[in-house]
Structures are given as structure tokens and as C-alpha cells.
Design a protein. Structure first.
Length: 302
């Protein structure tokens, strides 16, 4: 237990440092590092981490996505900031070349993976190849949503330059999964009786799921109302966003657990003693972040 607490504290400190520099290149670099570790853990799960061409191709593709997004996402339309202080769309300030470069990175990585598969077709099965292709796209895109969310903040004048700061939104997006886990845990311990998915996650209960949904929805409604000011519409959108994120986070958690059970793993890695790997910590976040981003970008809370 002590090891778990210390490991968790170190993780919180590191996350806090990254968030302190969220408006700089530190955030894209940190996201790229997280993606690199998560992809390695997933390739290790399907026993392809020792196949260097496939490992390097997947890692290069994964790392490129957040770094390219951080590079091409520029505050070019300053006049837009001066005339409209509502939530802005990211397409107004992101260079279209970003999409092209990411497409090329994925295409090149896929080409390397297929060439390697052709050379080692007696050792590598198609299930492994398509698993790598799937996570190579899913994980980078989902985790890069951290940067997208951070860029959804309101425009701020720093010196003579307008920039954006979505630190609050980023924190709420990350906490979407973790608040649900906490609420589900305590509710399950208190009144949990009916198992949710006993063969996949024996400790999860239906009561815990409901508790996690309600907890996240209420916390979101209070937090967004306190930060931006209360309106019935804002509170309702925040409540709905929290509830949906809690459900989606549970799906992500159960999906990752199912993969581990089918391949016979207890944890994806050991980078966080007592907690496992980064995939064990971010499995639900992979699903929650894109969901949170979609709700906030479509319906707005600012």
C-alpha cells in the first residue's frame, strides 16, 4: 500500500509540473512521452515489442501526432480573438498541413508494418498486425485530445499577444475518468451487491457504476458553474457531460481489463509500482478525453 501511495504521489507531482507549463511545448512533449510508453506496453501485450521495425514504426507514428499538433496549432487569427471572445473552433488557428503530415506518418508506419509482416509471416499473425494498426491510431489521437482540450480555453492577453488557456478544461477532462472511479469505488464498498461484469472485473458493481455516474455529473455541474458562473443551461450541459464521461470511462476500463484477461496479463507494465503501467492508469482516459472534448466543443460551457 505504501508503495502504491508513493508511486501515485510521484505521478501527481509530475502531472502537476506538466500542467504548470501547459501553454508551452512541455505539454505536447509530455503527451508524446505518455503515448510512447502506452504503445510499448500494448505491443508488449501482443509480443511484438521485440520486433524492432514494427516497434519503431508504431512509436514514431504515435509520437509524431502530438508533436505535429503542438507545432502547427498556432494563434494566427489574432483579429478573431479581438472581435469574438466566445469559445472558438480550433480549425480557425490550426494549419491544414497538420492533417496531411499525420496522414503521411500513419501511412508510412503502416507500410513498414506490412513489409515487416511479409518478411516474417511465419512468426507474426494477422491479429497482432491489426491490433498494432488499431492502437497506433487510437492511442495517439485519443491522448492528443489533451492538447485539443487545452486549446479550447478563452482567449487571454499576455503582454501584447493573445493566447488561449484551457487549463481548467484539461483538468476536468482528465478528472472525468478518475472522479467516476472514486465515486464508483466508495458507492460499491458501501452498497454494492450486484456484479456488473464478474468475469472481466469482479469488483465492479452496478451500484458502483450508478454512484460513479452521479458523482461525476454532480461534480461537473458544480465545478463548471463555480468557474464560469451559474446558468441552468451550463449546469445541465456539464451534468450531462459528466454522466456520459462516467459511462464511457467504465467501458474503456472494462475493455482494457478484457484485453489483459485474454492475454493473461495482470498489468500492462511496471512503470508505476503498485499501479502497473500507464495503460493501467489511462485506459479509461483514452475514451473519456475524446468524449469530453466532443461535448465541450459541440455544446460549450463558457
Amino acid at each position: 500500500m505504501l508503495t502504491r501511495i508513493i508511486s501515485g504521489a510521484v505521478g501527481v507531482v509530475l502531472l502537476g509540473i506538466v500542467l504548470c507549463f501547459h501553454a508551452t511545448i512541455v505539454l505536447p512533449i509530455a503527451v508524446a512521452a505518455i503515448i510512447a510508453v502506452m504503445l510499448f506496453e500494448l505491443l508488449r501485450a501482443v509480443k511484438l515489442h521485440k520486433c524492432i521495425p514494427i516497434l519503431l514504426a508504431a512509436e514514431a507514428c504515435g509520437i509524431a501526432v502530438p508533436l505535429l499538433y503542438g507545432y502547427f496549432h498556432k494563434a494566427k487569427d489574432v483579429q478573431y480573438y479581438l472581435t469574438d471572445f466566445r469559445m472558438y473552433g480550433e480549425n480557425t488557428i490550426i494549419d491544414p498541413a497538420y492533417t496531411l503530415y499525420v496522414f503521411c506518418a500513419v501511412l508510412l508506419a503502416a507500410f513498414v508494418i506490412f513489409i515487416t509482416w511479409l518478411k516474417k509471416h511465419k512468426e507474426i499473425r494477422y491479429e497482432q498486425v491489426f491490433f498494432v494498426l488499431a492502437v497506433m491510431v487510437l492511442v495517439p489521437q485519443a491522448m492528443t485530445t489533451m492538447i485539443r482540450i487545452e486549446r479550447l480555453g478563452k482567449p487571454m492577453l499576455i503582454g501584447s499577444t493573445y493566447t488561449v488557456s484551457g487549463l481548467f478544461l484539461l483538468v476536468m477532462g482528465l478528472c472525468g475518468a478518475w472522479i467516476a472511479d472514486t465515486g464508483a469505488y466508495f458507492t460499491g464498498v458501501a452498497i454494492g451487491k450486484h456484479k456488473l461484469c464478474p468475469e472481466i472485473s469482479p469488483k465492479k458493481t452496478i451500484e458502483g457504476l450508478v454512484g460513479g455516474i452521479v458523482t461525476t455529473a454532480v461534480v461537473y455541474a458544480i465545478a463548471f458553474s463555480a468557474y464560469y458562473g451559474f446558468t441552468a443551461k451550463r449546469a445541465a450541459i456539464a451534468f450531462a457531460t459528466g454522466a456520459v464521461c462516467a459511462v464511457i470511462g467504465t467501458v474503456g476500463d472494462l475493455s482494457a481489463s478484457m484485453v489483459k484477461r485474454q492475454i493473461g496479463f495482470k498489468d500492462y507494465g511496471k512503470i508505476m509500482p503498485g499501479h502497473g503501467g500507464l495503460m493501467d492508469r489511462f485506459d479509461s482516459v483514452l475514451f473519456v478525453l475524446p468524449t469530453f472534448y466532443a461535448f465541450i466543443a459541440l455544446f460549450g460551457v463558457q
